[in-house]
Design a protein around this ligand. Sequence first.
Ligand code: DC
Length: 234
Amino acid sequence: VTVGGAAEAAVSGEPFVIAVDGPSGSGKSTVCRRLAQRLGARYLDTGSMYRAVTLAVLRAGVDPHDTATVIKIASSVELVVGTDPVEPHIGLDGELVDQPIRGIEVTTHVSAVAAVPEVRRRLVDQQREIIAAARRSTGIVVEGRDIGAVVAPDAHLKVFLTADPVERARRRSAELASDLHATAEDLARRDQLDSTRTTDPLAQAPDAVVVDTTVLSIDEVVARLADLLPGVKA
Ligand code: DC
């Protein structure tokens, strides 16, 4: 576990990068947004980028498994990512799509789109640019599946959030007001796809701090992460 870099960065007030990975329902989004707010840092939700490309694919009437066309769409869309942790936004070709990317259609097909190596390469490049810009100013909390392992292997702090699958499904169905059983099945299906794809699967970086959130509140998780950054009040 290497948290020394983050500790030094926090103490000296230097901009830092915090990478947070984990499966759906582990509490990543809420935790990362709150942590970024407390640290006065930016926030990047990389999942929203894969979702926006999926939305573009579906709107074009393209089969998400038609890889060649999916790659074409991914390389032609313009994604604008807002990194304010209070109000994160994502724009697709000039339109804010924060709402439609959370819909069931996108959620069902996003794993297929996120499995395409060319799509990942394009989005990882853009993510690295956003991180580099934040590194020159305020620091950033980045959430996803491959952040510590691939996108920002030099992050000052890497965290892997986990939670019991039953608890993850419970949280997700409460959030979406969806059926618990169907939500549990959808989560299991996406976990399986996201962890077994060939390119950059959901992965725990060897130097990540693992935090099991099953019995922790959001505030407790945020406090635990902030504890890893001495000099920062949670
Ligand atoms: O975190 P989320 O549910 O919004 O992510 C949507 C999908 O995108 C999820 O199925 C996994 C994928 N994803 C990814 O492959 N790599 C990332 N860095 C972030 C998300």
